[in-house]
Design a protein. Structure first.
Length: 478
């Protein structure tokens, strides 16, 4: 057996419990007991072709559309990222202006770069004490559309990685008044609409394109996602063309079977799956709300399946709390951020898993709250990013780099973060997860961005997208 396979098998037999994706939590066997290799095929007679679906796969996608209240639904076997790339490319043409929430996933920025688009950024709300982005406001969308009449599409993420939900219906209403389509990255909301404890999904709120990651919050294999198209503002054939262009020409039948099984569960076993999960989740949230030092972060516009736990009042950064939970209690969180950790829950979780998390957090709470904020004072606070100063769009930066390469004239230099302030970046810088860029090619590096990179680096976070630690490549002329 290969080293990776052996490592995976060893991990699956350990006592580590995952409060992270995929949503099946290694608990639900959707595909029976057959060895995976025995059901791995290609496009052969009787099994349809995803890129020209006429039979089995056409029916499966139609059933998914019905279950999710979408007019047209496509299976994605390259994750939500390929859906976002296809959606953005499908509703724009090269050089168009798009309104983009600044807390969107990096795949949105990649779509902007690939298609030569001009972004107008929409700043979400900001939870200052938690240093966490919140919702996008419909009034801000209206204002941006008034100020930028060239906008041809709106892209938002709801819910966010941490579960913050925007008023999609109001945002859609504002955009539709101008005849502009709205793309909702609802990757983390694939479970929406299947129990009254959770919100309805964005298909029912009028969004033109909605992307769901089945694997994030439901029992489906990693890389499985859905793209839904609604209404008349989207050129559907163009979106379909990009889906076929960007997805693998050899889609995995195992992944597609996983999606089909997940949809079947949602259609026929919804109550069986969600009722016990919701009861257990409500009980867990009540227990965590009783913590005295650790804090369960919650607003009226949050997805209750996401558990955001702050260690600020007991002197713990998110990274510190993450390491304690992992190393002492063998509980793997989805993400550590500046002042909190994120635990993802799904219908795949067990009561035993919830009990372990509750007990661990209670112990940590008791052990650390006496120290209060003393140790946190040493870490300082995370700076807040200002609105980005976009000097060039990312495709223009790419053209410059190509020109430099062809002419042999190098106009790029690597500068320490602290020395890069005021210069135009030619690199992305982001934390993963969640994959939201702190700096995008073509933006002028702000003092706050440089300070934030330094803060995360000193706190032990991995900064991705950059070629060298502590350096960022910028245009030499500033």
């Amino acid at each position: 057996m290969g080293c990776l396979y052996n490592r995976l098998r060893e991990y699956s037999r350990s006592d580590y419990y995952g409060f992270h994706m995929p949503g099946h939590k290694r608990q639900l066997n959707m595909l029976g007991s057959e060895p995976v290799y025995s059901i791995d095929i290609t496009e052969i007679e009787g099994f349809d072709d995803l890129h020209h679906a006429e039979g089995l796969l056409k029916s499966a996608q139609e059933r998914a559309a019905k279950v999710y209240h979408g007019e047209e639904t496509h299976f994605l076997i390259n994750g939500s990222s390929v859906g976002i790339l296809s959606a953005v490319a499908g509703v724009t043409k090269r050089g168009d202006t798009v309104l983009v929430a600044r807390n969107c996933h990096k795949s949105v920025y990649h779509a902007i770069e690939m298609n030569g688009l001009n972004p107008v950024y929409l700043a979400p709300g900001f939870h200052a004490s938690m240093q966490m982005n919140t919702e996008v406001f419909a009034e801000d969308v209206k204002a941006a559309l008034r100020a930028n009449p060239k906008i041809r599409a709106v892209v938002i993420v709801s819910p966010t990685y941490e579960g913050v939900i925007s008023d999609v219906e109001a945002i859609v209403g504002a955009a539709h008044e101008k005849g502009i389509p709205v793309i909702v990255d609802e990757a983390h909301g694939a479970h929406f609409g299947f129990h009254s404890y959770f919100p309805e999904n964005s298909n029912k709120k009028g969004a033109d394109i909605v992307i769901h990651s089945l694997h994030k919050t439901l029992p489906s294999l990693t890389q499985t996602a859905l793209l839904h198209i609604n209404g008349k503002l989207v050129r559907r054939e163009k979106v379909r063309r990009f889906i076929h262009m960007l997805q693998s020409s050899s889609p995995s039948y195992i992944l597609m079977a996983s999606m089909d099984s997940c949809i079947e569960m949602l259609e026929n076993r919804r109550q069986e799956l969600f009722e016990p999960y919701v009861r257990s989740l409500q009980a867990l949230r009540e227990e965590l709300q009783a913590l005295k030092g650790l804090k369960l972060v919650w607003t009226d516009r949050c997805d209750p399946s996401k558990l955001v736990i702050s260690g600020e009042d007991v002197g713990l950064t998110g990274k510190m709390l993450y390491r304690i939970l992992l190393e002492k209690y063998h509980l793997q969180m989805e993400m550590a951020a500046g002042k909190y950790v994120l635990a993802m829950t799904t219908v795949g979780d067990t009561q035993e898993g919830f009990r372990r998390l509750s007990c661990a957090l209670s112990e940590i709470d008791e052990e650390n709250r006496r120290r209060g904020r003393e140790s946190l004072q040493k870490t300082g606070n995370i700076p807040c990013l200002p609105a980005p100063d976009v000097v060039y769009n990312s495709s223009e930066i790419e053209e410059m780099l190509e020109h430099f390469h062809e002419t042999g004239v190098n106009r790029v230099e690597a500068r320490l973060w602290r020395d890069s302030v005021g210069y135009v970046s030619v690199e992305y810088a982001y934390l993963y997860p969640p994959g939201i860029p702190l700096i995008v090619p073509g933006e002028r590096v702000s003092q706050e961005a440089a300070d934030m990179l330094q803060w995360y680096y000193e706190m032990g976070f991995s900064i991705e997208g950059l070629k060298r630690d502590s350096y960022i490549e910028v245009l030499a002329h500033g």
